[in-house]
Write a protein of this length. Structure first.
Length: 436
């Protein structure tokens, strides 16, 4: 009898294990185009690009990332950005919003659409489309075809090095810790759009033609800070990178694909890591909230129809007219984004970027007083720097008004004494290498 009981118990455990496994590997449907990476973070290698409608199996979950299986490969996608359960596909609350846009898109492009679109694209296909467009766009703007930053498309980060940096700064950070500090809903902002990303690479490559500082160690350090802030933003999957412009002007730019440019002159004006964190968080907020891009929605909708364009191999030469028209519209969209990127921003966007930038700093453990220190220093030196300020004019929006608003915002945080560190000596050591 005892033996039968043991066998029965083992059978129950076996069935329970199967049930748990089935629950763990439920089928999901990709909602919008998303990149699958080989780890839970935007800094991991791209494995596949999954288009809307692709079905995948959920394997595991880590904070705000899902581990999935797609096309016999296992990888990670953002939890919030890219999926609905298959049985909810027809009743998704977003479906009513998606359908009209899709219909309007198909009406704009002549000819029948291929309903058998491959739901997967390889890294090589994605890279070919990005590099091809970016090279052509750069040539049209500058007459040059130098890649500048295009070789970094999928070869930039060492995840282990970033994890060491993040753990040291944030004491084994977790999304929940950040949420407990200040809760934000990722669904409040648009997801990362591959069209904007593709246009963004073109814009970033044009900006890079101004000349970049060749200091990989400094660049990695600044990018690590930016990644910490990105992971504490609404759009945690943003593949943010920082580049240093080789100019003494006080300038900065944020490209829609997550590229942030800071001038050598701006870095030398800063005195601590916290001050740079505000600079990056402010620029990141412009990216995350699509500032300056909202006015281009109609053109973007027109381009969206055929997502296969994103993976078009530009070396094939003989392309359908539909693709050429799509490329023309993408170029016009990129031109509109570029004009916004290099010109003064609207005051409402500057105040919004300050507001969310401060929150991203706070969630990441940086003391927001770094923002006040930087803005006050710029204001006190306004006469000294007025003639040297570049395209991203710090005085474009009243510094006094920005300081007052940030001060008021910080009062609502009730920050504990000595909240966060400014890593002043570390920052100065890194910045001093600019003169070497």
């Amino acid at each position: 009898m005892r033996r039968k009981y043991i066998l029965f118990s083992l059978f129950i455990l076996f069935i329970t294990g199967i049930t748990a496994f089935v629950k763990q590997t439920k089928t999901l449907t990709i909602k919008n185009t998303v990149d699958m990476r080989n780890g839970p973070g935007s800094y991991y290698e791209l494995m596949l690009r999954l288009h809307s409608g692709a079905e995948v199996s959920e394997i595991d979950k880590e904070q705000q990332w899902l581990k999935i299986k797609a096309k016999e490969k296992e990888g990670w996608i953002p939890q919030r950005a890219a999926y609905v359960e298959r049985d909810e596909k027809k009743t998704s609350p977003n479906q009513d919003e998606v359908t009209p846009d899709a219909q309007a898109t198909f009406e704009e492009l002549e000819g029948e659409e291929d309903s058998t679109q491959d739901p997967y694209a390889s890294p090589a296909q994605v890279a070919a489309a990005v590099k091809g467009f970016a090279t052509d766009f750069t040539s049209s703007k500058t007459g040059k075809k130098e890649s500048a930053i295009l070789d970094d498309f999928n070869d930039f980060f060492e995840p282990d090095e970033y994890h060491k940096f993040r753990n040291f700064r944030l004491q084994h950070w977790s999304w929940q810790k950040a949420q407990d500090r200040f809760e934000i809903d990722p669904d409040e902002v648009p997801e990362l759009n591959p069209l904007q990303e593709q246009a963004g690479w073109g814009i970033a490559n044009v900006i890079a033609q101004q000349g970049l500082v060749n200091n990989r160690e400094l660049q990695q350090y600044l990018t690590h800070i930016a990644l910490v802030l990105a992971e504490n933003s609404h759009r945690y999957e943003t593949p943010v990178r920082v580049y240093v412009l080789d100019t003494n002007e006080i300038s900065g730019y944020a490209s829609p694909n997550g590229m942030i440019f800071v001038s050598k002159g701006a870095l030398q004006l800063m005195q601590s890591e916290t001050e740079f964190a505000f600079f990056v968080a402010h620029e990141l907020a412009h990216i995350v909230h699509n500032h300056g891009i909202k006015e281009s929605n109609r053109r973007e909708t027109k381009i969206k129809a055929d997502e296969r364009f994103e993976e078009l191999d530009r070396e094939l030469g003989d392309r359908e007219q539909k693709y050429e028209e799509t490329e023309e519209n993408l170029t016009q969209l990129a031109n509109e984004m570029y004009e916004y990127t290099i010109k003064d921003r609207l005051e409402e966007y500057e105040f919004s970027a300050d507001y969310w930038g401060i929150i991203y700093m706070y969630r990441a453990g940086y003391n927001p007083t770094g923002a006040l220190n930087l803005l006050k220093r710029i204001r006190s030196n306004q006469g000294d720097f007025e003639d040297r300020i570049g395209h991203a004019k710090w005085e474009g929006t009243s510094l006094r008004d920005r300081i007052i608003r940030i001060n008021s915002q910080m009062n609502g945080f009730n920050l504990p004494q000595n909240f966060g560190h400014d890593y002043r000596s570390t920052f100065q050591q890194k910045i001093n290498t600019l003169d070497n």
